[in-house]
Design a protein around this ligand. Structure first.
Ligand code: FDA
Length: 302
């Protein structure tokens, strides 16, 4: 109930305006967001690298309304790849297609993604296309498949809560696409997604069993100790070594577990978001864990 309400609020423009203009909530957003500027994200990435963690930088933004906004986002991503190379960071980039014009036209968006992927490839780097709500799943996979035919420097995300995900994984593996597996962060109807956590978790492990022995390098994105233990078990059963996949976690979430995985010799990538458009991302993080909300309300009232 609380999760649904927070996810619904994440789409409210009025609430977004209030939250993002309020000094206290802006300060609180730093729990999950590195900052509003690229420099802040670069500093956070440097700290992660120094602790033995890889990074994926995400310039926050979703659902742009004009081609000019989408092109500005594309240019920002080109600059991020340039900066990663100049700073010699161990980092790749994550993006959302609705920020790059998917609502405007699939072909336009594909052209934008291709130009970013070409820049990534020129540095031997990689672009990960995040997965958004189910209204975008089909189109996101279409764009990724088309660009993947031109370059291996692109991968995407599959959400374990969607019924369709097993088939999507089979299709993407058939073209050698690298996948990040996550549970899924959006409000989805019963018709497309498992409503119960136990079913999502069971599907997560089932999908990890498909990914890990596939021979491609995938990302297992979760903070759930049970999913992590299951992944380690599946990897051992299939002789998949610690270097053949990576765990991924979000900036500011379960830093204790992050440190433990690195200490145990696993590859771990931290997803570091930055930018002014942090509101929907922030709301999804609150929705994932009701205790976060209590923490923020307490801070706000202080
Ligand atoms: P679960 O939600 O069961 O949480 C397990 C435990 O982790 C909790 O008990 C708590 O301790 C901790 N935890 C989880 N979330 C927390 C939070 N916000 N604050 C504090 N503690 C928290 N989703 C999507 O739809 N599309 C995408 O592209 C991505 N991309 C992505 C990248 C990366 C690197 C990660 C880690 C996650 C995503 N996600 C995502 C989000 C994902 O779908 C999911 O919503 C969250 O990871 C939470 O699910 P867990 O697997 O952590 O398990």
């Amino acid at each position: 109930m609380l999760r649904s309400t927070l996810l619904k609020l994440s789409e409210s423009k009025g609430f977004a305006r209030w939250v993002t203009s309020n000094r206290t909530t802006r300060r609180m957003s730093h729990r999950f967001v590195a900052g509003e500027e690229l420099d802040e994200a670069i500093s956070a990435a440097r700290v992660c690298n120094d602790q033995g963690m890889l990074v994926s930088l995400d310039y926050l933004g979703e659902n742009v309304a004009t081609a000019a906004d989408a092109q500005r986002a594309r240019n920002a991503y080109l600059a991020v790849f340039d900066r990663i190379a100049a700073e010699k960071l161990h980092a790749n980039v994550s993006c959302k297609l609705t920020q790059l014009g998917l609502d405007l036209s699939l072909e336009f968006c594909e052209g934008q993604v291709l130009s970013i992927v070409e820049r990534a490839a020129s540095y031997d780097n990689f672009l990960r296309v995040d997965m958004e709500g189910s209204a975008y799943t089909e189109r996101t996979i279409d764009v990724v498949k088309r660009v993947r035919l031109r370059s291996p420097a692109i991968g995407t995300v599959i959400q374990a809560y969607l019924y369709r995900s097993e088939q999507d994984i089979q299709d993407l593996l058939a073209i050698g696409c690298r996948i990040r597996l996550c549970k899924g962060a959006y409000k989805e109807p019963l018709q497309v997604a498992y409503p119960k956590k136990d079913d999502v978790d069971a599907n997560y492990v089932k999908l990890a069993r498909l990914l890990l022995p596939s021979g491609f390098y995938h990302g297992i994105a979760t903070h759930d100790p049970r999913m992590i233990a299951a992944t380690i078990r599946v990897a051992a059963e299939n002789n998949v070594s610690k270097d053949d996949f990576e765990f991924q976690m979000l900036y500011g979430v379960r830093t204790d577990l992050q440190r433990r995985l690195v200490r145990d010799g696993y590859r771990l990538r931290i997803y570091i978001p930055y930018g002014r458009d942090w509101f929907p991302y922030f709301m999804r993080r609150l929705a994932e864990r009701p205790a976060n909300l209590a923490f923020f309300v307490r801070n706000f009232l202080r």
